[in-house]
Design a protein around this ligand. Structure first.
Ligand code: PBG
Length: 331
């Protein structure tokens, strides 16, 4: 203070709507979203997911419709997750390698319906295909083995790329998988297929509704702590990111989202590469539950959290709220 008045009045630029618009640092657009979608067998099937109110599993015809909807809303990319039929799940998850599995048929149907107007991101991990719900192969002690799992993940990635996936997104947290997948994509002629690695993926309590959606929740025994990261660790996330980048990842992901925005910011500052965050199923459910309980305005909660991802340094966000938020942004 000099004399009677503050030297600087930060409230001055906040005083009117036009001025707030002019000074806004972060602008969210529908192009910031990747929309996760759950695929199921059948025709004209829509199965609401109880633990994810407002989100459904769709049969392939419905998924192609959702892809068109995404294009119309300005959402550039969708992420696919299959709810594999129970009789196609096995201990070794070999359905992941079937060129006619649910995922590959969905990819081809979207490509037929939408051409190259939408990006298709596919998750690489074995949990939608294993009878035990773990992301990899188990040894006789029930431990998820690394190197044997990586061999299968490479096959799964090539299978998805051959079906037409644009972005391969390994979510399994095995060591060395990004390099192995990159090499196989190159030698298989898929030079322009990207890898977005789930580089810093935490062993989180926020994945429950997703596991319901892909049908792995009831099957899963134990937890995923021997491969997913300890929520207490930040430095280790930076090591994970450094390794995945050195092995050829085009972009990296931090997951879950809101509880790990500090990791997003550290990764962005350290590596200056495209960083994405996954606002996971439990985060979506939490916002919906808060709004339903009258604890906040749903649309405002959605837009504030999505804005926080961009402010933290994200190039984009995987979010189940993508169509809701895009509609709000499109007015
Ligand atoms: C599979 C996978 C999971 C999610 C994305 N890919 C679940 C898990 O690791 O158990 C979670 C996404 C969400 O909760 O929305 N490896």
């Amino acid at each position: 203070m000099t004399g009677l008045y503050p030297d600087t009045r930060l409230r001055r630029t906040r005083a009117s709507g036009w001025s707030r618009a002019l000074h806004r640092e972060i602008v969210l657009t529908p192009a910031d979203f990747i929309w996760p979608l759950f695929v199921t067998e059948g025709a004209e099937v829509e199965e609401p997911i109880t633990s994810l109110p407002g989100v459904s599993r769709w049969s392939i015809d419905g998924i192609a419709q959702r892809a068109k909807e995404a294009i119309a809303l300005g959402i550039p990319c969708i992420a696919l997750f299959p709810n594999t039929q129970a009789d196609r799940r096995s201990d070794d998850g070999t359905e992941a390698l079937n060129p006619d599995n649910l995922m590959c048929r969905a990819i081809r149907a979207i490509r037929d319906a939408c051409g190259d107007d939408i990006g298709i991101l596919t998750d690489v991990a074995l949990d939608p295909y294993t009878a035990h719900g773990q992301d990899g192969l188990l040894d006789d002690r029930g431990y998820v083995t690394n190197d044997a799992t990586v061999d299968v993940l490479v096959g799964q990635s090539i299978n998805q790329a051959a079906a037409g996936a644009d972005i391969i997104a390994p979510s399994d947290m095995m060591d060395g998988r990004v390099g192995a997948i990159r090499e196989a994509l190159e030698s298989g002629g898929h030079v322009n297929v990207q890898i977005m690695s789930y580089a810093a993926k935490y062993a989180s309590a926020f994945y429950g509704p997703f596991r319901d959606a892909v049908g792995s929740g009831g099957l899963l025994k134990g937890d995923k702590k021997s491969y997913q990261m300890d929520p207490a660790n930040g430095e280790e996330a930076l090591r994970e990111v450094a390794l995945d980048l050195s092995e050829g990842a085009d972009s990296v992901m931090v997951k879950p989202g809101l509880p790990y925005l500090d990791i997003v910011r550290r990764v962005k500052d350290r590596f200056e590469v495209p960083v994405f965050a996954y606002q996971v199923s439990g985060e979506y459910a939490m916002i919906e539950a808060a709004a339903a309980a009258g604890a906040g305005d749903r649309n405002a909660l959605v837009m504030e959290t999505l804005t926080s991802f961009k402010r933290a340094g994200c190039s984009g966000v995987l979010t189940y709220h993508a169509p809701v938020a895009a509609r709000l942004l499109n007015g």
